[in-house]
Write a protein that binds this ligand. Structure first.
Ligand code: PGA
Length: 221
């Protein structure tokens, strides 16, 4: 049983994660480190396309996505719901409305993530599906910089709720918009063709049993 291997599980765990995971993965790694103190970690952070490329090339033990790739054989461990929400500057006129339609929102300037970002893809697709085009005023390849840009009044954006709950975010508000939040599952992904090490098995089991719980507790605080 993997739980009895505390002293035996050693080595380096290599993980590639999409940008939003940077807000919560350190918490999970801290808890994992408590149980397996002899484990080292190598962490890569990028957009969906970058993490996807690393998955195809068998670069890491694990990958973290909320938008899962379809053409690679993977073993996936879902552990938590992800929610994409609309964020606006604190004093934006739309905050006066109880709920905002996509039609109305499409008249306002948007700040979008770069091509290759899963968040960008989901956002554009949602508007297209309902027959609207977004007014893309700015493209920014960093969710941190997007938060600052929204707070500075540059425009509206779509971000994972995780990037808000774990950050201090003065000047930014979550807007009630029809069809939002857009929900998906956070999944820990392994390449199905790569034999998992003892360490990888320990991490997968840890995430399955504790991943969601640790993060939900952190959000509640
Ligand atoms: P990303 O995240 O926008 O950083 O590519 C995609 C995802 O949540 O899977």
């Amino acid at each position: 049983d993997i739980d009895n291997l505390q002293g035996v599980v050693t080595g380096t765990l290599s993980i590639s994660v999409v940008t939003t995971a940077q807000y919560f993965l350190p918490l999970l790694l801290a808890a994992f480190n408590k149980r397996y103190p002899q484990v080292d970690v190598k962490l890569e952070i990028g957009n969906r396309d970058m993490v996807y490329a690393r998955l195809r090339e068998h670069q890491d033990d694990f990958y973290l996505f909320s938008q899962i790739p379809e053409d690679v054989e993977v073993v996936e461990t879902p552990f938590l719901t992800n929610e994409l929400v609309v964020v606006v500057p604190e004093r934006h006129e739309l905050t006066l409305l109880p709920s905002v339609s996509l039609a109305r929102l499409s008249h306002y300037p948007f700040i979008l993530r770069e091509p290759g970002s899963g968040t960008r893809e989901v956002t554009l697709k949602l508007f297209q599906q309902h027959g609207f085009n977004l007014r893309e005023k700015m493209t920014i390849a960093s969710s941190e910089a997007i938060k600052q840009a929204v707070a500075a009044g540059l425009g509206i954006s779509v971000l994972s709720r995780f990037s808000l709950d774990f950050g201090i975010l003065p000047g930014v508000k979550v807007l009630e918009v029809e069809h939002f939040p857009v929900r998906s599952q956070w999944r820990l992904v392994q390449n199905a063709n790569r034999k998992p090490s003892l360490l990888a098995q320990a991490f997968q089991q840890f995430m399955l049993e504790n991943g969601g719980e640790i993060l939900l507790n952190a959000v509640r605080k």
